[in-house]
Every structure is written in C-alpha cells, then in structure tokens.
Design a protein around this ligand. Structure first.
Ligand SMILES: Cc1ncc(COP(=O)(O)O)c(C=O)c1O
Length: 396
C-alpha cells in the first residue's frame, strides 16, 4: 500500500468539529464528557490524509496568491462526467449538473422548492438526522417508511407501507439515502426500480442522496437510482466528493437533474453560488487522479471492518453487528445486554470516553443502537473498542 493509513495525525487545533468541537458537541447533547482523552468517532469524516494529487492541487491554488471570485472551468464538469461514467457507468450531461455548497443545504433547498408547508415527505428511518430536520424545520411532514431488520440485522424495505405512504394525497417527495446511512444497505436495482415505479405512479418526486456511493465494500456494486430507474425525469440526485475524498470542509456537492423544469426550479431556489477556488481544484484532482488512493482506502476500510467484527464476536458477543454493504459506518445493536440505552451511553461515552452517536438520533428504530464511523487509523479504532469492551466486562 502506498498510503500509510495507520499514521495518527494530530487534528487538534485545526478547527475540526471532532477534535476541537467540545463545547459544540456538549451543547448538541451528544455527550457530557469531552476532554483530551476522548476518542471521537461520531461524525462522518476521516482521520486519514487525502490523496497526494489533491494536496498538490491545493498548493498550486495557494501559490497563485489571489483568491477572487470564480467560474467553473470545463474541466470541472468533464471530471464529474468522467468519474461517474467510469465508476458507475452513468452518463451525465454537463448541463444537468448544479453545484451546491453542501448536501444538507441542497436537501433543504429541494424540500422548499418542490413541496409546500404541510406536504408529506417519505424517509426511511433509522436515517441520517438532517433528513428529518430538512422536512420538519421547513414545516413539512415526515412520512416514515421504516426499514425493517431481519434476524440477521439486514434491513429490508417495506414496500406495502411505502406504496401506502406514496399514495397519500399530501405526499410529494421521497428522500432516498443510498447507500443508506446508518444501516449500510446498498439498494438493489430491483428495489430501486420498484421504488421509482411507485413514486412515478403517485407523482412523488425522488431526491436521492448518494454521497456514500463511492465508499462501498470491494465486493459490492453501487448503482445510482437515476440509472436503475431507466427514466430519471422525476429524480434529483446528490453526489459529492466530501465523504469519498475526506474534503467535507471544502463544501462541494453536485446535484444531477436531467429534467430542465426541475433543474431550473432547483437552480433558482439555490441562488447564485460562487464556489471557492480550493474546492474547484480539489474536485478536478479528486475525480481525475484520486482513484488509486480510493482503491487503497477501500481495502483499508474493509480490513478495519473485518477487525471490528472479529473483535466484537470475541470480546463483546452480545453486540449484533454486520459488515455494511456501503458507507464507512457501522451500526451496532446493544440490545443483547438488556441494559437501558442510558446505561449503554454511560459506559461508552462517560467511562470508556469514546464518542459515538446514539442510535436514537436516527429515529426511535435506533434506540438500542450505536453508530460508529471507522475511517480512522486502525490503532485508534482498536483502542476505542478495547476501551469500550472493558466497560462491558461485568455483563459479558
Ligand atoms: C447521507 C448523508 N448526507 C449528507 C451528509 C452531509 O453532507 P454535507 O456535508 O455535504 O452537507 C452526510 C454526512 O454524514 C450523510 O451521511
């Protein structure tokens, strides 16, 4: 491996929400303990260095010494088109791409542009919490088509319930998360087709958050819903380099919208955006020169996930976990201990001093779960799990 992902890089003092965000984290109610010994593995960014071509591109931009207003060069669009064609066999036209300074921002813009206050929006809990807030904080109503775990902890779509919710007069939108955060599901082409058929039959617009689509296990394939559905006329897709290349702080999301009316409405609601030059140069470098790094990263993440599953089977066999098909997130069910969620929280967050994310944040379906983001150096992940295991020894 060319990159040394085991290297622990000190991120304190770099404005990192994970490593410098104690006050914010406490205020947000994630934990009441946060100090220099805390291992923060809650938010989805990596404690791993980005590919060298991205660093070179940033240096080049810095060396210009002038950071004025920007325009998107043709290479920006070509890089996106090339990446999605090569990696996902998905043809995107240049004019279909609309920039947004972030995915959560784009979600809010879409909800406001395409629904009215009081309208219903389908989501599939347990799910990334800003899905809920983008609906509720804009005065729309959540229609929860909860994903259903089987005995093996593998999540399935309840299509009957989905169709019933789509048929409701006030339902206007479905926000899909694929790969799904936090369950790790990658929905199959058949599932995606069925979802899109139901939405089309009931005039429900699909907004697909696919920003984890490049971070899947090496044995897995991800198919964008716009491709699986055949007809993408009523589909808005969000893609991003933030997760894939660990550049969330540079704020770069690209919506892909083939329907010109929808695109016009979305662009108008988004308003004029003047992206920063660092983001432009990083995207071009990532999508043209980042593939080799990504393949190494995927191998590393797969290895860490294997380690976690083996460690838990050995040291904490009451935790139910499975290797997710996609994302770098693991979703662990602690119900086997018979402890209250508060007791589980106390042992992990206060005693072990490891900061994860309580499953209840993802909806009531997640009450007995803990979510961990594992794209950190493996020695750090090992220490976190060793600390946690020690605090559960008395109930092993
Ligand atoms: C599914 C999903 N969507 C959106 C985001 C946030 O994206 P952004 O930083 O571009 O707003 C995350 C971050 O964890 C995520 O997991």
């Amino acid at each position: 491996m060319k990159y040394n992902f085991d290297e622990i890089i000190n991120r304190r003092g770099t404005y990192s929400v994970k490593w410098d965000g104690g006050d914010f984290i406490k205020k947000a109610g994630l934990t009441s303990r946060y100090d220099d010994e805390t291992i923060p593995l809650f938010t989805a960014d990596m404690d791993l260095p980005v590919p060298q071509p991205l660093i070179d591109a940033l240096h080049k931009t810095v060396n210009h010494r002038i950071f004025g207003y920007t325009v998107f060069p043709p290479e920006y669009f070509e890089a996106i088109q090339h990446w999605f064609k090569k990696r996902h066999d998905w043809e995107i036209k240049k004019e279909e791409i609309v920039y947004s300074p972030g995915t959560v921002h784009a979600l809010n813009v879409a909800v406001r542009a395409f629904t009215e206050p009081g309208d219903g929006v389908i989501i599939q809990r347990p799910v990334y919490p800003p899905f809920t807030s983008s609906i509720e904080s804009n005065g729309r109503v959540v229609r929860n088509n909860a994903l259903k775990p089987d005995e093996e902890g593998y999540y399935h779509i309840d299509f009957e319930d989905f169709e019933a919710k789509a048929k409701e007069e006030s339902t206007k939108m479905f926000i899909l998360c694929n790969p799904h955060n936090p369950t790790g599901r990658i929905f199959t082409v058949e599932e995606l087709k069925r979802l899109s058929e139901i939405c089309a039959a009931n005039n429900v617009l699909i907004v697909a958050d696919e920003i984890h689509g490049d971070l899947v296990r090496r044995s897995q394939t991800f198919v964008p819903i716009a491709k699986a559905a055949g007809d993408a006329d009523q589909i808005i897709t969000f893609t991003a380099i933030n997760k894939t290349f660990n550049v969330a702080g540079l704020h770069c999301t690209n919506a892909v919208i083939s329907n010109p009316q929808l695109r016009g409405k979305f662009s108008k609601a988004m308003g004029h955006q003047s992206p920063n030059p660092f983001m432009i140069s990083v995207l071009i470098a990532a999508y043209t020169e980042g593939e080799d790094w990504l393949e190494q990263l995927k191998e590393y993440i797969d290895g860490t996930m294997d380690w976690v599953v083996n460690f838990l089977a050995d040291q904490m066999p009451k935790v139910k976990v499975r290797i997710p098909e996609g994302t770098y997130i693991m979703w662990m069910d602690f119900s086997g201990y018979g402890l209250t969620p508060d007791d589980v929280h106390d042992r992990i967050y206060h005693k072990a001093n490891v900061l994860l994310e309580d499953g209840k944040m993802f909806g009531e379906e997640g009450l007995s779960f803990q979510r961990i983001c594992i794209p950190s150096p493996r020695p750090m992940i090992k220490e976190a799990f060793e600390r946690i295991a020690r605090e559960f020894e008395d109930v092993k």
